[in-house]
Design a protein around this ligand. Structure first.
Ligand code: SF4
Length: 353
């Protein structure tokens, strides 16, 4: 039987993905942006974001020179915003510490913010042909099944075993098509719940397939029900403009613009008095919006508010991280996805009245 890598490389040639916007290039910058965007995000979702991002930031210098707000605006809706913060910091390090030259090996790449061992190896493979193992979530699943690695991938001993297998299976040459093939197999064939083993190029020696243990490998922890948090978001409008507040630099949606947020509807008047020196009353709540995070679910209840008094400018109350924007313009700000969706639907409603 041909080696694991030879079968994968042969399969990739006719069945793998070959025309994605970040393929067929040796530009480490472009490859890096795609690898970061593709973490926990589907290819189809990433594509338009990737194109827009590169239109605005075609190289590491332009990204490093940009404000974090400009970066977040382009990331708005893609989720996992920490990636955008780390990407921006890494660009500044490449310019500041490496003179603007992209590091040319995986070991140096892995010292940059947001680039772990697997991502560094993928960038180095695609940009420089460096031989190194990758082990993202999909590849962990493929190797656990094919090699029959028992246990939870989060367990350090299991992770070490998976890395060891990933290293052992590396081909001596053709690292680029092999790396792409592993990614493609995990994304297109060896799927989490419905792997298409009949189409798999390495089924002949797959432990999970042979022993009919596909449901058991890799071992997954039973899902705990996610806790739910609830907040109210305030729709404060004045003269056709809506109030947005910048979120704190750490925590969920760090640094994005959003609607002012209070723990519950009863707090609105006191919150606006303390925060803005304004007199505001909450109206009738709109339909709540549910949004899922990795560790909890968030229920946002939009509350239209009426203003009895507002200081001349928000900045007068000492809060420069606030801005009034016309509704259509607000929808283009760097907003979390559910807030963007809410404002878009309000803008559409207003336009049709
Ligand atoms: S045979 Fe099935 S379970 Fe095994 S690697 Fe291929 S797709 Fe995955």
């Amino acid at each position: 039987m041909r080696s694991f890598s030879a079968r994968l490389i042969g399969w990739q040639e006719h069945a793998g993905r070959r025309d994605l916007p970040w393929q067929n290039t040796r530009d480490a910058y472009r490859i890096w942006i795609s690898e970061i965007m593709l973490q926990q995000t589907q290819v189809a979702t990433v594509m338009p974001y990737y194109r827009r991002f590169l239109d605005v930031f075609p190289d590491v210098q332009s990204l490093a020179a940009a404000s974090i707000e400009a970066v977040l605006r382009l990331w708005s809706g893609l989720g996992y915003y920490r990636r955008a913060h780390l990407l921006h910091r890494a660009a500044q390090e490449i310019v500041g510490r490496h003179g603007g030259a992209f590091p040319r090996d995986a070991a140096t790449l892995a010292t940059l913010p947001g680039i772990g061992r697997s991502t560094a190896a993928a960038i180095a493979a695609f940009a420089y042909g460096e031989r190194g193992a990758i082990l993202d979530g999909n590849v962990k699943r493929v190797l656990a099944r094919h090699q029959g690695v028992e246990g939870h991938a989060a367990d350090p001993a299991v992770l070490r075993a998976l890395w060891a297998r990933a290293e052992e299976l590396l081909p001596r040459a053709e690292i680029e098509p092999y790396t792409q093939a592993l990614m493609d197999l995990g994304a297109m064939v060896c799927l989490r719940s419905t792997p298409d083993c009949a189409r798999c190029p390495v089924a002949a020696d797959c432990v999970a397939w042979r022993e009919n243990r596909i449901d058991e490998l890799p071992l997954t922890r039973p899902r705990q029900p996610l806790p739910q948090r609830e907040v109210a978001v305030l729709l404060i409008e004045r003269g056709g403009e809506i109030l947005l507040e910048r979120r704190p630099p750490i925590g969920i949606w760090a640094g994005l613009w959003s609607l002012p947020e209070v723990a519950c509807a009863n707090d609105v008047t006191a919150y606006c008095r303390d925060r803005f020196g304004a007199e505001v009353a909450a109206g009738v709540a709109l339909m709540p919006i549910d949004h899922g995070f990795t560790h909890f679910r968030l229920r946002l209840t939009p509350l239209p508010c009426s203003i009895a008094y507002w200081p001349t400018r928000v900045e007068d109350s000492g809060h420069s991280a606030c801005v009034w924007l016309p509704l259509p313009e607000a929808t283009s700000a760097a907003l979390p996805a559910p807030i963007k969706k809410l404002l878009r639907s309000l803008a559409t409603q207003q336009a049709t009245v």
